[in-house]
Ligand binder design. Structure first.
Ligand code: SME
Length: 138
């Protein structure tokens, strides 16, 4: 449907929808590549405020996805090396890259307060969401 929303408003609406409708999605946000820099910048998000507004490529789960171009599912954040903690409530995380014209331009990042909640169904669903978002962005 056509709306007058800005891109950021639309991305925030997607965060709100996912966080409100899926019980084990407790923090939902976007990181996007800072143009011509090897770092991610925090975009629209829903959930606890985070200090991690800039993440260098390679750092944390998000920074690793920026270079791997692959989904990253973390069933237990306490057992994970190279993880950036945002909140003590978080038990698990999933990050799925967003591709525009084959280029990894950012990602959706979801934290869960439930241990090991993410399945392949979440990966397929979030890949679909990210493909739709690529359409909004291009
Ligand atoms: N945990 C992420 C950092 C971002 S917060 O989850 C909002 C990471 O390790 O990259």
């Amino acid at each position: 449907a056509k709306t007058n929303k800005t891109v950021d408003e639309r991305l925030l609406s997607i965060c709100e929808l996912l966080e409100s409708q899926i019980k084990y999605y407790n923090w939902v946000g976007f990181y996007f590549r800072n143009e011509n820099k090897d770092e991610l910048l925090l975009g629209p998000y829903i959930g606890k405020q985070t200090d991690h507004t800039v993440i260098p490529f390679g750092k944390g789960i998000c920074g690793q996805v920026a270079v791997s171009n692959e989904n990253f599912v973390v069933p237990d954040v306490a057992a994970q090396d190279n993880y950036i903690a945002c909140s003590i409530d978080v038990k698990a995380e999933i990050v799925v890259p967003i591709f525009v014209n084959g280029e990894n331009i950012g990602q959706i990042d979801i934290d869960s307060n439930t241990p090991d909640p993410f399945t392949e169904a979440d990966e397929r669903f979030l890949e679909f969401v990210c493909a739709e978002i690529a359409g909004i962005l291009s």
